[in-house]
Design a protein around this ligand. Structure first.
Ligand SMILES: Cc1cc2nc3c(=O)[nH]c(=O)nc-3n(C[C@H](O)[C@H](O)[C@H](O)COP(=O)(O)OP(=O)(O)OC[C@H]3O[C@@H](n4cnc5c(N)ncnc54)[C@H](O)[C@@H]3O)c2cc1C
Length: 435
């Protein structure tokens, strides 16, 4: 007879994969269930997978900096070499252009404390370091059908540059790597399996039931269901004590040919976070450029009730606005007719800061609200969730005395209270994907 798992993880995305790996490493018998057919087929598959370190909280910065070191040593992090192939970290650097909503000062203070290298660029440096960039200030972002969109720049802007930023070349493969590493340690993965019930017994979680009636009994259940997480919480009957609302939001990312000069100096040009125009860009293999959006106030937001209802096709409207903004910044970027790209769904917490926490249902934990900016943090999220689960299951009162995680690579302490479901709204957040 198969032993009941010590922990069930719902979701085999990059988060569920990482949590399962670390739970298995801690000696637990783990089961992962996912309604999709394979690892990383949820929102992870659409991720731009940018690795950067500018967040509005000290703990957000510390988490991303620690995670970078995990990505950089990916085979060591996994503990084995996956024959399917390994995702890899591409170091490109990233320039965060100045705007009134992301002042450099607080971020630099965190960087100094945590040890994140950075450079401060003026407009001349920006032009010198990113060939073909327009260093004009256009703030605030405008709709592209607004006449003001094409008005001359009001001045010039500089940037905060993070030389160690980059991207993961294949986010879906990264999730597969994590799941394969967990399986190697005995984790059981069940795909095409939808959780339809979170089972309770004597006031705590007792397992999950699948659509086909199969039941997994377990004293610990982790909701790592990405944009489906709030729906799952409703199923579990939790959420009343959350101070932060989490909702799914549809997003698109488009692919273009990178301008010739952009990638000349190095193999890949640097990523650009451009809240001044409302866009972000990063290089991609094959001399491509990926272009996304930063939720400028002038654009409608595509909130959705059910992630399964999100159209997977990119639209000409979103393509036009995101790529036109990118072409305003990278002046020789050509925007061909015919949108190419991917559509995905963010799991947006109202302050764009994730929730990694216990819940009011003993034994039921959440890694959710990843807000379009937590792919990069997945390696560390696995570790912090396991520490949290160990401490809370041993009786620790995390709600009143938040657990501290100390990064293995950087030695930085991360206060997990920053990711509490009961935290005060993070008022320093940019209110966008930048967190
Ligand atoms: C377009 C886009 C761009 C992004 N860009 C970046 C970026 O540049 N940098 C960055 O750091 N982050 C980025 N992100 C965010 C990042 O990709 C996500 O935070 C991360 O991938 C979420 O992983 P996850 O495992 O939590 O969710 P998912 O990958 O969505 O996995 C959840 C899984 O749960 C399963 N599931 C759901 N409900 C059930 C159920 N009832 N029963 C069984 N299984 C269930 C789903 O099938 C799915 O596989 C981006 C996201 C998107 C959508």
């Amino acid at each position: 007879m198969t032993r009941s798992p010590d922990a069930v993880v719902i979701g085999a995305g990059v988060m569920g994969g990482s949590i399962a790996l670390e739970l298995a490493r801690s000696g637990l018998v783990v089961a992962v269930v996912d309604k999709a057919g394979a690892a990383g087929h949820g929102s992870t598959s659409a991720s731009s997978a940018i690795v950067r370190f500018n967040y509005s909280t000290r703990d957000g910065v510390a988490t991303s900096w620690e995670s970078k070191h995990c990505w950089q040593a990916w085979p060591d992090h996994l503990g084995f070499v996956d024959e399917t192939g390994l995702a890899s970290f591409q170091r490109t650097g990233m320039a965060v252009l100045d705007t009134p909503v992301n002042p450099r000062g607080p971020v630099i203070a965190h960087f100094d404390q945590i040890g994140v290298p950075y450079e401060q660029w003026d407009a001349a440096t920006l032009r010198r370091r990113i060939a073909g960039i327009d260093a004009g200030t256009y703030w605030p972002p405008k709709r592209i059908d607004d006449d003001e969109f094409f008005q001359d720049a009001k001045g010039e802007l500089g940037a905060l540059f993070m030389p160690d930023a980059g991207f993961i070349d294949d986010p879906q493969l990264a999730a597969h790597n994590l799941i394969a590493a967990a399986q190697r340690l005995g984790t059981r993965c069940v795909f095409n399996a939808t959780v339809t019930e979170v089972v309770r017994k004597n006031g705590r979680v007792a397992g999950v039931r699948l659509a086909d009636g199969t039941r997994f009994s377990s004293p610990v259940v982790v909701n790592a269901a990405g944009p489906w997480s709030s729906g799952l919480n409703r199923l579990a009957g939790v959420g009343d004590d959350f101070t932060i609302v989490v909702r799914p939001m549809r997003q698109e990312v488009h692919y273009l040919d990178a301008p010739h000069e952009y990638s000349v100096a190095s193999r890949f040009g640097p990523g650009i976070a451009d809240m001044d125009l409302g866009t972000y860009m990063r290089p991609a293999p094959g001399n491509k450029l990926m272009v996304g959006g930063t939720e400028p106030a002038c654009d409608p937001l595509e909130w959705i009730d059910d992630p399964d209802d999100a159209s997977p096709s990119v639209t000409s409207e979103v393509y036009a606005r995101q790529t036109t903004r990118a072409a305003r910044r990278l002046t020789s970027l050509a925007v061909p007719v015919g949108a190419k790209g991917v559509a995905g769904v963010y799991d947006v917490a109202e302050d764009w800061t994730p929730i990694y926490d216990r819940t009011e249902l003993d034994g039921y934990y959440v890694a959710m609200g990843t807000s379009g900016n937590q792919f990069k943090n997945a390696p560390v999220v696995g570790r912090i969730m396991v520490l949290l689960i160990e401490r809370v299951e041993a009786g620790h009162d995390h709600d009143n005395h938040p657990v501290l995680y100390v990064g293995e690579h950087t030695g930085n302490a991360i206060n997990l209270g920053a990711f509490s479901r009961k935290r005060p709204f993070n008022a320093r957040s940019t209110g966008t994907v930048m967190g």
